[in-house]
Ligand binder design. Sequence first.
Ligand code: UT7
Length: 335
Amino acid sequence: MSNVAAGITGIFGWVPEYRLTNDELSTMVDTNDEWIMQRIGIKERRILKGEGKATSYMGAEAVKGLLKKTGTDPEEIELIICATITPDMSFPSTANLISYKAGLKNAWGFDIAAACSGFLFALQTATQFIKSGAHKKVILVGADMMSSITDYTDRTTCPLFGDAAAAVLIEAVDEGLGLQDSILEVDGGGAEYLHMKAGGSLNPASHETVDKRQHYVFQEGKAVFKVAVKKMADVSVEVMERNNIKPDELDWLVPHQANMRIIEAVAKRMEIRKDQVMINIEKYGNTTAATIPLCLWEYESKLKKGDKIILAAFGGGFTWASIYLKWAYDGDKAE
Ligand code: UT7
């Protein structure tokens, strides 16, 4: 492996127009704005509507926006990785479809399924292709159409999720910038608490699986909550310690946006202030692989070259990760 540093050099987010508010959800299941705001912290989430539109549509919109914004010729992209658990279909991969729709004629690609940690697993993967010298320009997309696997008769899960996509360009960056350190972990023992029961090779789709509503997210919320706080905080604190980052030296924590109470608990364990944390859960909810790049996109104008940033996620499977990076460009000059 060479000493080339790899990092994010551009970012673009895309969200559908339709806003599913807590008030509208209250007409669908027995819930209310007060409970959702207190227990989760979400006000509304975006929902993708329209025939023929799915995850690859959102991903392609994000990629096209990214190419335009960064002035990149689509034919320069050599690899596209899509982090998603809501692929348009089992195969071909969503990366394949996005690549076609965005005109990436010279790229190969594949999907990564790590649920809410998907963007971080894919970021670690994507940067290796730059560091090794194999590729010069890689696009990474975090995209999920969670509304396609959300049971809108289950009040314990339906307030949580929304649809979105965000794409980042990964290239070689100035020495000392970009990805610095990472911890990525999986524990398949956690699958029983957060999974989708049917549609895979274990329980292929049948009348019975549909009747039993097994093609939706299944979650034991309380069990997941506890592990999410512990694991996200454990790896983030470890990354801080081994890179000698004191709490007040950290510029930003970018946490996966699953629950405001989880975000606050992780920030507390890291001993950082709320104004060091990127938060947009109130507007979009949990968009799975899209939450972290969507936050970075919204906060981009505040980011400065050299900013110390920790990305942290926890998701179904279980999967969890923390990545430390030094931001590679001044965000206010990006538009
Ligand atoms: O991103 C991947 C990882 N996922 C997560 O990180 C999610 C982790 N889990 C959570 O965020 C939370 O556990 C939930 C938001 C899913 C649930 O919050 P909670 O504080 O753990 O609530 P609970 O499940 O213990 O339910 C408390 C009460 C129950 O009523 P009783 O039994 O106390 O009478 C529920 O029936 O709240 C009730 N409840 C609701 N009430 C109004 C559950 N959902 C709702 C609802 N509206 N939507």
